[in-house]
Design a protein around this ligand. Structure first.
Ligand code: OOG
Ligand code: NI
Length: 515
């Protein structure tokens, strides 16, 4: 066994350093994000200090450590080419993040599919669960009558997301496996951050090319017209998202109409999300040559020092701020129940009236879930709707080993007070929630939003009414895996493994592993 080199920084620590640096970068780029982090910290402190009053109002039980909670973030990037995704996959692997879950975004009318890069073991998740929702353009789904697909691909083929320094330290990291030395880590983090930075909003296209793609769909322009795979939001985890949403409104933020995901419950499941709407930001487009080969002097803005390109002023709207509340990971049965109740809600709201608003939607959602989705730990466990990890309480001396099925056994031992069941946190995303988040943030992209857009948006109430660029075509997981160069892990396999490992650990601790 080779000696452990203590000076090597391992993946979990690199990830923490990277996530902290990214958080700082995004605070500088989008100062409103800093406000969001502060609001969430305040809400979490209040929720944690109110934890003794469970049973009274809503409980926000989480067994995740306060340290994990304060570090916890997810971000999102949108990539254009398979080769970009391949390299991004390698970068995240160095940070201990692997592709988990497949998300078909054509259900949201978007020509994209996605995966989530995240840590996969309970130990790494406990250290820092930083994750990045990463979507990839599916050019085959973009209509091409007026050449927008070709234009997007042409723009993408001209850009390089990764610096030579990054690529060379990435090669080294892959050979070293155990981790990076401090100075390599510094280069790696600095250069990787460049890839995901806003890069001063200097576009990689002309204003005209931007307008053409944006007219087809704003997301196309967001993907193809820039030089970097800019992070478009970074999301802290709130223990009480309703309180955090109220605080956001209180601070004058213009907030998405409704919280995506399950209704507010005593026992949180899955994921609830909301965001402040995307901001209009100044960008600089490449100046166009006029027909005589000269430049239009009136529009000329400045010269980009690195490329000597002449630039003209414009604006873009895609970056936003999101918060989320995470509850228990649900089993396949728990997910079916969730999906069915969500579909029931959407159908009911649609049948209601034409001006159904977000309040109607939330009311119907709460009523649909009430009584149909158990809302306490014992019942959720007994009906096998959620994944749990089990821990010995230390009171296990006098147990009878004669038990059959492991989970039944575990539930008996929970009743006996020998084990405690703790919900395993949901670490992934929800396709319809993601769709809602995309929708609320893309509407306002491009030219200033008009009267009609805002009227339409206030009439939108559920995830079903999304302006479509494409028809839902079904996913194409194989091609995403081919782009990644590795298989995507099924999240349920990870939750089931963590549950099983915790039970095996308990068996061992109770001395029952060889009976
Ligand atoms: C990703 C939106 C999905 C979430 O939290 O569901 C997402 C994007 O806008 O690129 O981040
Ligand atoms: Ni998000």
């Amino acid at each position: 066994v080779p000696a452990l080199d203590v000076s090597l920084i391992r993946a979990d620590d690199l990830r923490t350093a990277f996530a902290a640096a990214m958080s700082q970068m995004y605070k500088n780029e989008v100062p409103r994000y800093g406000d969001l982090v502060r609001i969430v910290q305040e809400v979490n402190q209040a929720a944690l200090s109110g934890i003794s009053s469970w049973g009274a109002g809503v409980s926000h039980a989480t067994t995740d450590s306060p340290e994990r909670l304060s570090l916890e973030r997810h971000g999102a990037i949108r990539l254009g080419l398979p080769s970009e995704l391949r390299t991004v996959r390698r970068i995240f692997a160095v940070l201990g993040m692997y592709p988990v879950g497949y998300y078909d975004l054509s259900v949201a009318g978007l020509p994209m599919h996605a995966t989530c890069f995240r840590p996969t073991t309970p130990a790494s998740l406990a250290r820092n669960p930083f994750r990045v929702f990463t979507s990839l353009l599916r050019p085959d789904l973009v209509k091409s009558e007026d050449g927008t697909r070709e234009l997007a691909l042409q723009l993408l083929s001209r850009r390089t997301l990764f610096s030579p320094e990054l690529l060379s330290v990435l090669d080294r990291a892959e050979r070293q496996e155990q981790g990076l030395y401090a100075e390599q880590a510094e280069i790696f983090i600095r250069e990787a951050l460049q890839t995901f930075s806003w890069a001063n909003g200097v576009a990689a296209s002309t204003a005209d090319e931007y307008a053409r793609l944006s007219a087809e769909h704003p997301v196309l322009a967001d993907i193809a017209c820039f030089r970097t795979a800019h992070i478009n939001h970074l999301t802290p985890r709130a223990l009480d998202i309703d309180a955090a949403q109220r605080a956001m409104v209180g601070e004058g933020m213009s907030v998405k109409e409704r919280i995506e995901g399950p209704p507010r419950r005593r026992f949180p499941i899955l994921l609830r999300q909301t965001s402040f709407l995307a901001i209009h930001e100044p960008v600089h487009f490449l100046a166009e040559q006029d027909s005589t080969g000269g430049l239009d002097e009136r529009k000329m803005m400045r010269e980009d020092s690195s490329t000597n390109q002449r630039l003209v002023k414009g604006s873009h709207c895609a970056r936003f701020g999101e918060i989320e509340e995470r509850g228990a990971a649900v089993t396949a049965a728990g997910r079916r129940l969730y999906d069915n109740l969500l579909a029931e809600t959407t159908a009911q709201v649609a049948s209601h009236e034409t001006n159904a608003n977000s309040r109607t939607y939330d009311k119907v959602l709460t009523e649909t879930f009430r009584g149909k989705y158990p809302d306490d730990l014992g019942e959720l466990c007994r009906q096998r709707l959620i994944f749990c990890q089990y821990r010995c309480t230390g009171l296990g001396d006098a147990i009878d080993a004669n038990v059959g099925v492991m989970l039944d056994w575990a539930h008996c031992l929970v009743d006996e007070g020998v084990l405690v069941a703790e919900p395993i946190t949901y670490e992934d995303f929800l396709p319809f929630s993601a769709a809602g988040i995309f929708q609320s943030n893309l509407q306002r992209t491009g030219s200033a939003s008009t009267e009609t857009t805002s009227k339409q948006s206030s009439a939108k109430s559920g995830p079903a009414r999304i302006p479509s660029l494409v028809e839902a075509r079904g996913g194409d997981k194989d091609s995403l895996e081919e782009a990644l160069g590795v298989a995507i892990t099924d999240p349920d396999v990870l939750y089931a493994q963590a549950q099983k490992d915790s039970l095996l650990g308990c068996l061992k601790e109770l001395g029952l592993n060889d009976t």
